[in-house]
Write a new protein. Structure first.
Length: 419
């Protein structure tokens, strides 16, 4: 069930008409549904209920502290990739012992901070990181709980920019290196082996690559267990896709039903790191038509949301659904390219859409809750959008729109030269 639906020709978020939010808070504005976030988190939690498990929401998908707070209250763990994300989790009241730290470039300061915070697991992505973590942990008189992120070299059949489990990708360590490193890690005084991890890509629509990756990872687990190395958990990563257009994504329940038999009888807990599948359909981006512009070739609708607000179309040629906040009856649709005001030809949000538009119309870009606001920038000195959380009939402003003062606050004029 979606939490963004039309009632009497008006698009609602839960019990609130989105046009009232656009009128009160302006556009562009991201709007999230608390009920949708909760529903998706619970879908994963329940899908894995038959074995010990931890759902670690991938913070990078949508890191607003109110979003994290909603999930923390349900008992979610978190997959982080920076100290900044860890600070957000802590601010949101997340339990540090349920945090896993992924990422190919963790700095010494980040490792120290995460050790001091007592996070649940470091998902180590290289030999250099393994050695550095061991050294830092020993210098602090601690032992870091680790998993190696294994790169199983499987094709997740997704956009090349969001595929992560092929050997040409920068993520993780290959299976042969992982075996050697586990044996070495077992003798490192600053480390404690607790798990093994893999994450093969994002927006996956098929379970086959997960099963393929799992077979390869479990073969390594078997080898290492024979050598006396024991694991408490296996982290199967995130990556489950959502429907942007006509994709048929797997529900968490059918995904879990496919992978869990492979883990039966092993005594391993399972961790997963979904981002998009929890936050994607829980958000929309509200935007207004600034003006219409006809050229010889095209009908353009210039809207007030641009690539700096929502990068996915420009970066991945991603198709995202764009719908009016108020359905119009009788108006004749035309074929529009919906473009933003940024000075780049790649600045479009949708191409060749049949819509009946006038200046001032309000629109929603759907399924924008994941990799939306988090990938926004200040390009063209545009402030970042506001963010709103709807909860039943309540509307919470969870991030104010960035003002011009916010944008230039940290910049300094050169000091005048003396003499
Ligand atoms: C290590 C890791 N875990 C989890 C995720 C979340 O992916 P998704 O949002 O596709 O579930 C990512 C991003 O691809 C990732 O790199
Ligand atoms: N930003 C990507 C997903 C990246 C996943 C992180 N490794 C997207 O919008 O599809």
């Amino acid at each position: 069930m979606t939490h963004f639906e039309y009632q009497n020709g008006e698009l609602y978020a839960e019990n609130v008409p989105l046009s009232s939010i656009a009128e009160q808070h302006g556009t562009p504005t991201y709007v999230y549904s608390r009920a949708a976030l909760e529903q998706q988190y619970r879908a994963f939690d329940e899908a894995l209920a038959s074995i010990p498990h931890q759902v670690c929401y991938a913070v990078k998908a949508n890191s607003n502290v109110a979003v994290l707070q909603v999930l923390a209250r349900l008992g979610s763990g978190f997959d982080i990739v920076s100290a900044g994300e860890l600070r957000r989790v802590l601010k949101a009241g997340g339990d540090p012992t349920k945090v896993v730290f992924s990422g190919v470039g963790k700095t010494a300061d980040e490792l120290r901070f995460a050790l001091d915070t007592g996070i649940g697991c470091f998902n180590v992505e290289s030999e250099a990181e393994l050695r550095q973590l061991d050294t830092i942990a020993r210098s602090l008189g601690k032992r870091a709980d680790i998993a190696l992120r294994v790169n199983p070299d499987v094709d997740a059949k997704t956009h090349p920019y969001i595929s992560t489990g092929l050997k040409q990708n920068k993520f993780g360590v290959d299976l042969v290196t992982a075996e050697r490193l586990y044996r070495e890690a077992a003798n490192m005084g600053g480390l404690r082996i607790v798990g093994i991890a893999s994450h093969i890509g994002s927006q996956l629509l098929d379970v086959a690559p997960y099963l393929d990756a799992l077979d390869r990872v479990l073969a390594l687990v078997d080898k290492l267990e024979k050598a006396g190395i024991e694991f408490e958990h296996i982290d199967v990563g995130g990556g489950l896709g959502v429907r942007y257009r006509d994709e048929q994504p797997l529900e968490p329940a059918s995904w879990a039903a496919a992978i869990l038999p492979k883990l039966a009888g092993r005594g391993l807990a399972v961790h997963t790191e979904p981002g998009r599948a929890i936050a994607g359909a829980a958000g929309v981006l509200l935007t207004r038509v600034e003006l219409l512009k006809q050229t010889e070739e095209k009908n353009f609708a210039v809207i007030d949301a641009a690539m700096n607000d929502l990068l996915r179309p420009a970066l991945y040629q991603a198709w995202m659904d764009i719908v009016p906040l108020r359905e119009k009856s009788g108006a004749k649709p035309l074929n529009y390219d919906l473009v933003g005001p940024v000075c780049e030809s790649g600045d479009w949000i949708g191409k060749e859409r049949e819509l009946a538009l006038e200046a001032g119309d309000l629109l929603a870009v759907k399924t924008a809750g994941a990799y939306g606001f988090v990938m926004s920038s200040n390009y063209n000195t545009r402030g970042r959008a506001a963010e709103i959380m709807v909860d039943g009939d309540r509307v919470h402003l969870i991030r104010t729109r960035e003002s011009f003062d916010d944008l230039i606050r940290n910049e300094r004029l050169l000091e005048r030269r003396h003499g």
